[in-house]
Design a protein around this ligand. Sequence first.
Ligand code: UDP
Length: 235
Amino acid sequence: MHYKRILLKLSGEALMGEQQYGIDAKRLDEYAEEIQGVIEKGVEVAIVIGGGNIFRGLAGASQGMDRVQGDHMGMLATVINGLALQSALELKGVQTRLQSAIKINEVAEPFIRRRAIRHLEKGRVVIFGGGTGNPYFTTDSAAVLRAIEIKADVILKGTRVDGIYTSDPEKDKNATKFDSISFNEVLSKGLKVMDTTAFTLSQENELPIVVFDMNTRGNLMKIVSGENIGTVVNV
Ligand code: UDP
């Protein structure tokens, strides 16, 4: 396998599948199957999951809610998604641990870096819930932070588009895809990969990011095997 230890970032919205809100059981099952495939190849898999399918702090703030309060709701949403993903993986016989950045001990282990690494070494999927545990951050930042902490080889950002394009491919039919691109080029071209905080953290720590389409079956395995079907962001 091309990568030994990966940090897979899944957005909350991806879990909605065809729905407008919440968790689509079919989509969840498909993701679990993809993850099971790479675990069986001996790849160590950590996952950070978003919460946008349930709640975003900014959405609350735009309706007058205190931002921090909204972000707390968003963080809890990521724990809900983490539990759902854990359940889907366990139904397939994949061993998992959910670690939360906010203390919720009856539901999930607290985030303990050394313990997370040990779980990975034992072949368990580690799901990191609760984002970074702080308001004003995103789960992309959590993904980069955790990836650096556990010394992952790469962040795999699963999206509904198959990579980074010169412009938004859903709006511009002349948009072309990059096979690879440097961190500096992403910044100078004003392309959007992750929010600035997350992106800069990745750049400073020379942690490569692969953007790929997670909704096509077999893609996760292809990426992990070294096939370049997405866009690699590197130094
Ligand atoms: N959030 C937060 N701190 C974090 C990560 C997430 O406060 O470290 C909150 C924030 O309100 C965010 C919500 O959780 O809007 C859901 O996360 P995100 O928007 O990153 O999810 P995604 O877009 O990946 O579904």
